[in-house]
Ligand binder design. Structure first.
Ligand code: DSN
Length: 420
């Protein structure tokens, strides 16, 4: 039954995506094959439980699908099934992170997480999130001088507060994170090290950012950012060594505790269609082409930071080692929200963002967060990124009208089309 109204909305969104320059650091364009997997008949099936241990009949194929996704995910990140467990059922990043808390902590225990305004995430213990309502955040940030992590200060905070879990991995931190230092801090206070690599997973898979697996106890990631898969999330958990007691005081490995927290703790039936999309994503991310893609994302982000910097814009921390950068628009007296609205008029889509120690309110903060995963998927390289920097500069400094710049953006988008 054709729904003309819905069809036209899908058509319009397809056109919007193809005709805009997406610089939102957490977005990407999946392959048509990922979209096909997500829209497949796996959407019709219930599969509560885990492979070979289901509560519904008819799951022989679903079992194979989930096992395929798990084995591909472990291989992609160079992990063995003896050492690491992978749960591919979380519906998205926030439930995945909540499952980690539920599994590893008792209510009220302390979690050391980066403040949202410094580049953290709501689920890293912010007071409006369940993670901050049920547990106690020990907040940390970056150094005022360098706008980068100060590991000595982190060690002092951890020793003073004795958190049960430390979270590393952020939404607006452009630099390399020293996972080894985080391990040392966690070990010094007997805390779990939980890495949320949602923003970084594609870069880690493509060998363009240090892998956290040697050091972390648990690693979560969404699958739709740099990894370029469907909207979903996964949890890797170290299998050996660590044990935890449930309320009935039975002893579990933390991997078992996390599986129990995902289902039945937080979720019902897994979204098998998303798991199919994840399996396809891992297949794509294990190719040599994906390594080239990941490296180009970082080259493009560096090129964007350098070009904007040369045009006189202050880049938070002076640059980037990853897929994203923060531009201090307030250094030119333009609020982040105003900047994002102006850029959208020229078909450049971004998001306003706080910068460290932001004197401005979150609804019109001092910065813009820019990321290169999407335009890199389109095939753009440093040369085109240089043009994008010029367009941003022209719109924000009003040297050209947004309508004039929009024409150039449209031409660039047409030259680097999407696959759908
Ligand atoms: N919304 C994501 C981001 O933009 O970073 C985090 O959940």
């Amino acid at each position: 039954m054709k729904d003309d109204l819905l069809h036209s909305l899908i058509q319009r969104e397809t056109i919007r995506q193809s005709e805009t320059m997406d610089l939102i650091a957490s977005e990407n364009y999946t392959s048509p094959e990922v979209l096909q997997a997500v829209g497949s008949v796996f959407s019709n099936k219930y599969a509560e439980g885990y492979p070979r241990k289901r509560y519904y009949q008819g799951n022989a194929v679903a079992d194979e699908l989930e096992e395929l996704a798990i084995s591909r995910g472990l291989t992609l990140f160079g992990l063995s099934s003896e050492e690491w467990s992978l749960n591919v059922q979380p519906y998205s990043g926030s439930p995945a992170n909540l499952a980690v808390y539920l599994a590893l902590l008792a209510p009220g225990e302390k979690v050391m997480g980066m403040q949202l305004s410094m580049g953290g995430h709501l689920t890293h213990g912010h007071k409006v999130s369940a993670t901050g309502i049920i547990w106690n955040q020990v907040p940390y940030g970056v150094s005022k001088d360098t706008e980068m992590l100060d590991y000595n200060e982190l060690m002092e905070t951890a020793k003073r507060e004795m958190p049960k879990m430390i979270i590393a991995g952020y939404t607006a931190y452009p630099r390399v994170i020293d996972w080894k230092k985080f391990r040392e801090i966690a070990d010094a206070v007997g805390a779990y090290l939980f890495v949320d690599m949602s923003h970084l997973a594609g870069l880690v898979a493509g060998d363009s950012y240090p892998s956290p697996f040697q050091y972390a106890d648990v690693v979560t990631t969404t699958t739709h950012k740099t990894l370029r898969g469907p909207r979903s999330a996964i949890i890797f958990t170290r299998k050996q060594g660590l044990k935890i007691k449930d309320q009935g005081k039975k002893l579990f490995t933390i991997a078992e505790a996390i599986d129990k927290a995902v289902f039945p703790g937080l979720q019902g039936g897994p979204h098998l269609n998303q798991i199919a999309g994840i399996a396809q994503t891992f297949f794509e991310a294990s190719t040599p082409e994906f390594k080239i893609y990941a490296a180009q994302i970082v080259k493009n982000a560096r090129a964007l930071a350098e070009a904007l910097s040369e045009l006189g814009w202050r880049i938070v921390s002076g640059g980037t080692d990853s897929h994203l950068l923060l531009v201090d628009t307030m250094s030119k007296n333009i609020g982040g929200k105003d900047a994002a609205i102006e850029l959208e008029k020229a078909n450049i889509v971004t998001n306003m963002n706080t910068i460290p120690f932001d004197p401005q309110p979150p609804m019109n903060p001092s910065g813009l967060r820019l990321g290169t995963p999407s335009c890199t998927t389109r095939g753009m390289k440093e040369k085109e990124i240089g043009l994008v920097a010029e367009y941003i500069n022209a719109v924000l400094l009003k040297t050209r009208t947004p309508e004039e710049v929009q024409k150039d953006v449209l031409a660039l988008c047409k030259k680097f089309p999407l696959l759908y």
